[in-house]
Design a protein around this ligand. Structure first.
Ligand code: SF4
Length: 345
């Protein structure tokens, strides 16, 4: 239930409500067919709905494109839509805005942040960077626009290894903000990097002991893990990859059982694409649902419907910040194309 039940707020009320709640807190009229209405509004307003793999299944099913950070930023860079509705978290919507400064980017709930991005506040990072004046900064896409603006190149979990490998060997590198991904990249590339000490609250809750016990129970199951997981878990994994890579692994593997160590939103696409495979969620330390990203799950069909209907909340960024943050993202997209990580179209 939303705090407001008025179906038709005045245009003056919307900004106040959005700044109070972070979303448009209006209950859609009873019996609204949200799927049909969202489709209608998308068509009427030439809007595209982009959704991350960690969104709820109903949001994934109504999205025009579902993907991981790299795929979503590529889609955002290519779209001809006038409005982009981003069902993901704040830094992802920022990336879409940075790549499309003239388009309206809507985020269904402004409160959808990211603990990893928040672990790297701009002022603290600036001071950290100043300690290493000759170093280039490689930032994971899970950072705020302000951190991106301080970076030389952005990476995602899909392209971090090939991009770091391809950077000039004489470059000294800082990697931020995810230290687990940074350690993984160092191991795969053999390059030393200075790491910012951030972690994702979701990928660090898996229990190594319980995973080990589960593997004894399912000796044929392959353990597949996202590189944001703890190094001890990654060491045991049969396959490590981005969310898209994990999905493709399940689809293409001849194996039938998988223990999946990442956010469970991806299981929806895995089940759709490989219904004959058995997917087992990796157990967490405290037998909680804490492997579910609370930020991602703030988005709902109602909030997406309201975002399209009222064209709010809109993500606004200062132009100079957009300009500074765009260069390292474009460098990533260019290098990804050159390295064959994404298509050249
Ligand atoms: S899963 Fe982790 S990195 Fe991804 S949005 Fe949630 S907190 Fe951030």
């Amino acid at each position: 239930m939303f705090p407001q039940s008025t179906a038709l707020p005045s245009p003056q009320e919307i900004p106040t409500w959005v700044s109070t709640y972070g979303y448009v807190p209006v209950e859609p009229p009873p019996h609204t067919d949200l799927f049909a209405e969202i489709q209608r509004l998308k068509k009427e307003k030439n809007a595209i709905l982009l959704a991350h793999y960690y969104q709820d299944a109903d949001i994934q099913d109504i999205a025009d494109y579902v993907g991981d950070s790299l795929g979503l930023s590529q889609k955002a860079a290519e779209t001809n839509a006038d409005i982009i509705v981003f069902a993901g978290v704040h830094f992802m919507a920022e990336t879409a805005k940075i790549l499309n400064p003239t388009k309206k980017v809507l985020i269904p709930d402004m409160n959808a942040g990211c603990s990893l991005s928040d672990s790297c506040p701009p002022e603290a990072f600036r001071a950290f960077k100043e300690k290493y004046p000759e170093y280039k900064v490689v930032s994971y896409i899970n950072t705020s626009a302000a951190i991106k603006a301080m970076s030389d190149i952005i990476v995602t979990s899909s392209n971090a290894v090939p991009i770091v490998q391809a950077l000039p060997p004489d470059w000294k590198l800082i990697f931020a903000p995810d230290k687990n991904l940074g350690l993984y990249v160092m191991r795969k590339t053999g390059r030393q990097m200075v790491l910012w000490e951030g972690v994702c609250m979701v990928h660090t809750v898996f229990s190594h002991q319980k995973v080990r016990a589960l593997r004894q129970q399912y000796p044929d199951a392959k353990l597949i893990a996202h590189p944001e997981c703890e190094p001890a878990l990654l060491e045991e994994a049969d396959f490590i990859g981005s969310t898209t890579a994990l999905l493709n692994y399940v689809i293409n593997s001849l194996d039938k059982q998988f223990i999946v160590a990442t956010e469970p939103g991806i299981l929806h696409q895995m089940r759709k694409a490989a219904p004959d495979k058995e997917l087992i969620q990796a157990p967490t330390e405290y037998s909680c649902s804490c492997n579910t990203c609370p930020h991602m799950k703030l988005n709902t069909l109602e909030k997406i419907y309201n975002a399209l209907l009222y064209e709010a909340p809109e993500l606004i960024l200062p132009l100079d910040l957009i300009e500074a943050a765009r260069r390292p993202i474009e460098r990533m997209l260019e290098m990804s194309r050159a390295l064959g990580v994404i298509s050249k179209s």
